[in-house]
Write a protein that binds this ligand. Structure first.
Ligand code: ADP
Length: 161
């Protein structure tokens, strides 16, 4: 059984994240989507809220499991018998971040590979931070987040930003 882990901050989940989850779920027998604590980024949504949003949008994908983890990602991946870490790649900036992360992960856990997936053209420019910025300026985000979450994400961001 081929198992992968897709980690991220998902603050909030976007169509780009969902795009990568759908692609990974077609390649692997099981995909753990893991909300990880990112010490460099301040979150707007709580871990429970992020897990709730991800569960809602993946409820029809049978081989996807959503969890949160405070562990080192590699320890989490080992505990799930995962052989691959999935990351999404949008542009050269992502590449620079990912290659650093990959090298670090490879030196700690040589048996776990990193797989980079591109989203569809429509989602290539999308980031959680741009979604937040749009809401700050009262712009419509319905093309960028899963439709069942659009109202909720807009409301929460308006209250907290
Ligand atoms: P962000 O960089 O938006 O704060 P996360 O930390 O939640 O995102 O990202 C988790 C993973 O998903 C990272 O590998 C990131 O590059 C990827 N990702 C984020 N947005 C997109 C997108 N629009 N298309 C493809 N991958 C994405």
């Amino acid at each position: 059984m081929k198992i992968a882990v897709y980690p991220g901050s998902f603050d909030p989940v976007s169509n780009g994240h969902l795009d990568i989850i759908q692609r990974a779920a077609k390649i692997f027998d099981k995909v753990y989507v893991v909300v990880s604590v990112n010490t460099k980024k301040k979150s707007t949504f709580t871990i429970e809220e992020k897990v709730g949003m991800l569960k809602k949008v993946t409820k029809d994908i049978d081989n996807v499991v959503v969890e949160a983890s405070q562990d080192l990602l590699l320890n989490y991946a080992k505990s799930k018998d995962a052989c691959v870490i999935i990351r999404g790649l949008r542009n050269f900036n992502d590449y620079q971040d990912e290659i650093t992360l990959f090298q670090f992960n490879r030196s700690i856990a040589p048996t776990i590979d990193t797989m980079l997936l591109f989203p569809s053209q429509d989602n290539l420019f999308l980031s959680s931070s741009s979604i937040k910025e749009l809401v700050t300026f009262n712009a419509d985000i319905s093309s960028y987040v899963p439709k069942e979450l659009c109202e909720y994400i807009t409301k929460v961001l308006k209250e907290r930003l």
